[in-house]
Design a protein around this ligand. Structure first.
Ligand code: DX5
Ligand code: ZN
Length: 223
């Protein structure tokens, strides 16, 4: 199952409930929430309160909610995001001193743990915890902002991540790619082995209908 996972970062925050509902009405069943603290990344976005307001909408469509925590010291916040209604909670390997313990902590809360790797971080950073993960997130931009350009080397890193997962028979691990994915790239990231592609500005483009932008991505995948 391949998921288009819209990120709301470039959505109209004055109409966020409608923006999210429009995506679900267009067939989306995965919502990607970019949490930024202005420390781990040079931008600030939102916290658990916003997740708490959006997760009931997702629940009505039986959609997955994943929180991408681009924050320092994520251990201090995973309980708040778990309580706010996330299904997956993804932390950055670069932000965790004791990554195995953080992953166990997320799982102990009944949530699915994900680990994100920045473009410069090698896959070996997750090799030891891969069997404990529900999701591996390959960043195809440097985190902090929507609307950035896809880093081409990410395709090769995705393919190597796919091999690393398959060699270990870890078929339940979602391989997610995030950053700069649009209609001309989405089939390529799927073919490289991704099973979830985050799409922010490709969906929430100013002045474009969400049904249209999502249909374009779905058509690109159908080719
Ligand atoms: C960047 C975020 C991404 C971003 C995706 O730090 O993790 O999820 O919002 O937006 P686009 O698809 O516009 O790059
Ligand atoms: Zn993200």
């Amino acid at each position: 199952m391949f998921h288009i996972a819209p990120s709301i970062l470039t959505a109209d925050f004055a109409r966020l409930g409608e923006e999210v509902t429009d995506a679900f009405e267009a067939g989306i069943r995965w919502l990607h929430l970019d949490v930024m603290d202005g420390r781990f990344v040079p931008n600030m976005s939102f916290g658990p309160m916003l997740v708490r307001s959006l997760s009931p909408i997702a629940a009505r469509y039986e959609a997955i909610v994943d929180a991408h925590l681009m924050i320092a010291d994520p251990d201090n916040y995973v309980e708040d995001f778990a309580a706010a209604g996330c299904d997956y909670i993804t932390v950055h390997a670069e932000a965790c001193t004791h990554l195995h313990r953080t992953v166990q902590h997320i799982r102990s809360l009944g949530k699915r743990p994900g680990v994100a790797l920045n473009p410069a971080t090698p896959l070996s950073a997750v090799e030891e915890v891969l069997p404990d993960l529900s999701l591996l997130l390959i960043m195809s931009v440097n985190p902090g902002f929507g609307g950035q350009k896809f880093i081409p080397a990410s395709l090769d890193k995705l393919a190597r991540a796919r091999r690393m997962i398959d060699e270990r028979g870890l078929s339940d691990v979602v391989l997610q790619v995030d950053g700069g994915v649009n209609k001309s790239l989405i089939a390529a990231v799927r073919d490289a082995g991704a099973t979830s592609a985050v799409t922010g500005s490709a969906v929430y483009a100013p002045g474009r209908s969400r049904a249209e932008t999502i249909a374009e991505l779905q058509q690109a995948l159908a080719k």
